[in-house]
Design a protein around this ligand. Structure first.
Ligand SMILES: [Zn+2]
Length: 300
């Protein structure tokens, strides 16, 4: 729950990223923890969303850059892992706990995001305050490939979910992927409707990712402490489709968002037994906000 609160606070504050970071970050050293996922793939934890570090023949590809002030700690930690320069930075989506560190990366670094995420980032104060430093230089719509052979990185977009620009970043040679916050944990999703997110669509988008991407067995999620596997992605698609089906059926039966929020969602036993939970997000209106989002889409 603590993570959800911090994540939600960042998102809810939107442009007030400086105020939020002051509130949200304790004073003192910014400690980045390293998990080795493969010989040349690491997860850097702490200070916001999970950061992936992929060491290629000629340089380092980084996925996500954490909260304000955490860009330099990421760069310092990478120096302990490899002498190679950072060449590429990919952001999974627009949120402040995934993109704010961008402004601390060298101007030479190529920054790539899904095209809707670039539009969302253009609204963020941190990039305005830094005269556009850290903004994406390249975008993709549905798929992009960077590098080749052992160094290939594939970027995919499968539709709305946590936002309207959630990228899945695949490292084919390592059978590994960073899923960002469209798969942040085995809990209820956080749906950022102000940035185009959709509870109605998230299950389908996750299902398309599962059915389209091949040969991956290790998933770095947006925030969980450990990696997930390919079956977990299928289960999370199933979870979200079941959640929205339940909300839609209760709305059709005449229940109000307040009624439905009070009832709470019961995770099917097949998923509960695998560790899936139903704690509503603590911000963005919580469970009621999620139901209202579905209600608004049903009226369209
Ligand atoms: Zn997010």
């Amino acid at each position: 729950m603590k993570r959800a609160v911090v994540l939600g606070a960042l998102i809810a504050a939107g442009g007030l990223s400086l105020a939020v970071s002051a509130y949200q970050q304790p004073q003192g050293p910014k400690t980045v923890e390293v998990d080795k996922v493969k010989d040349n793939l690491y997860v850097l934890k702490g200070g916001g969303g999970n950061t992936a570090v992929f060491v290629t023949a000629n340089g380092v590809v980084v996925v996500d850059a954490k909260n304000p002030g955490w860009g330099q700690p990421i760069l310092d930690k990478i120096k302990e892992l490899t002498p190679k320069p950072v060449t590429t930075l990919i952001n999974t989506h627009t949120h402040g706990d995934h993109v704010s560190g961008n402004v601390e990366f060298p101007a030479t670094v190529d920054i790539i995001v899904q095209e809707n995420t670039k539009t969302n980032m253009e609204k963020m104060d941190i990039f305005k305050q830094n005269n556009g430093k850290g903004m994406p230089k390249r975008t993709f719509k549905d798929k992009m490939t960077v590098g080749k052979g052992a160094d290939e990185v594939d970027l995919y977009y499968f539709g709305r979910g946590h936002t309207n620009g959630d990228a899945f970043i695949v490292f084919p040679a390592l059978r590994a992927m960073h899923a960002g916050d469209i798969f942040a944990s085995k809990n209820m999703p956080l749906i950022d409707s102000n940035n185009g997110g959709s509870l109605v669509d998230i299950g389908q988008s996750l299902q398309k990712a599962h059915d389209t991407i091949k040969n991956v067995d290790t998933i770095i999620t947006g925030h969980s402490a450990t990696t997930m596997n390919w079956q977990d992605l299928q289960d999370y698609a199933t979870y979200n489709k079941g959640l929205v089906t339940w909300i839609e059926s209760e709305l059709k039966a005449g229940k109000s968002p307040d009624d439905i929020a009070a009832m709470g969602y019961k995770v099917p036993e097949t998923l509960a037994s695998k560790g899936f939970t139903a704690n509503p997000p603590s911000l963005m209106g919580g469970m009621k906000g999620m139901v209202q989002g579905v209600e608004a889409e049903m009226k369209k």
